[in-house]
Design a protein around this ligand. Sequence first.
Ligand code: EPZ
Length: 438
Amino acid sequence: MECGKTDCVEVRIVECFEIIGGKRLQGEYTLSGAKNGVLPILAAALLPEGESRILDCPGLSDVAAMVQILEALGCRAEREGRVLTLDPQALCCTEIPAELMKRMRSSVFLMGPLLARCGEVTLCCPGGCDIGCRPIDLHLEGLKKLGVEIREEGGLFRCRAARMKGAEIRLPFPSVGATENLMMAALGAEGETLIRGAAREPEIVDLQHFLQKCGARVRGAGTSVIRVKGGRTQMAALRGTEHRVLPDRIEGGTYLAAAAATGGELLLQNACPDHMESFLQVLETMGCRLLRSPDTVYIKAPGRLRPAAVRTGPHPGFPTDLQSPLLTLMCLAEGESQLEETIFEARFRTAEELAKMGAAVTVSEGRARIRGTGRLFGARVQAPDLRGGAALVVAGLAAEGKTIVENICHIDRGYDTLELGMGTLGAEMIRKGQNKKK
Ligand code: EPZ
């Protein structure tokens, strides 16, 4: 955004997507490295001595924000295209700048590595999409089990860990972030740490793979019990490595939804169908034809989508991050669908924007009832959050007429130039700047 002055009225340039709907998407798209994979790995790069090279790093504003935080802490970061080189050699600060903390949820992942490497960290509550209450109590409770002293004062958490000791931690909910944070913190705790009730997302398995390549003794990721052998000796032995980030299953699901919404045909390259199986099965229920190979997914959409009944849940359940794009597909299906959200209660705000496009969605207590009519109409809508914004783009691609999606800064956090990717598949979609009074 640039700020400028015209006629003494402060204006700022905000961007939006302008979409002319009704084009069948066709072609091939290669997935980027996963946003929710690369962010914890960037934090983990603080742990080893020496440089780490992260390959297939997506061009996202959340990645840029994480790099800004790492540089503010004293790390050296160099980006060449999709390769990001990080060197924590000159790490000299353990207080994360509040204005950077507020920009995204993933800043909380820095707690574990800074405690393991430096024995202290100071931070405020992280920011992130407004998709519901997003406490960090599970992170803090787990860290306390490892012997971390946490004082909350003036909105800051001051954490000290003179000597962390391995412990058995039981997560009451399979929190993705808490699992990742505690895996990393436990590397600085003497002895063995057990994390029971761990989240099982593929991004956690990828983080474990990165840590193992650095020399860490971590195992069990992908199951609900993760074991970490930590301590000074283990920490001293860690060395930087090279790692290619796993494909972004949520970006993949979003592109598949766009093909399904427009009656199109798409071949996803650099995909991992096993990581998306719950979503693929819903697409098949709704009438799409899918072909899977070890690293591709092919979809051919039906003329008309069928309704479905879906409930989100922790992996391998239906991913909450694809709930909003699915909501759009259900609005386009013919007949009544049900969609229950069990992770983030505020994600259904997207339904209010879809209603401006003719959708008929009734939401009550985490459940949506969708009376699909098969049609949506272009309108001016506001992206409420990252995945809700993507869902509105999918809706605009299928709608009759022109759709303007505003607040696309949310979308840029998790999709690398979405308009270019969709454009290669035949979408009529451009990014426009517009003056807005401050
Ligand atoms: C990660 O967020 C992802 N973000 C989210 O993706 C994703 O939706 C989420 O996992 C669930 O899969 C990244 O990986 C960067 P959680 P995270 O801890 O770690 C509650 C996107 O669009 N909870 O698994 O924040 C929490 O309120 C983003 O890419 C606590 O109560 O999710 C929520 O209801 C959005 N206390 C549930 O657990 C805690 O201490 C799941 O949260 C932590 C979480």
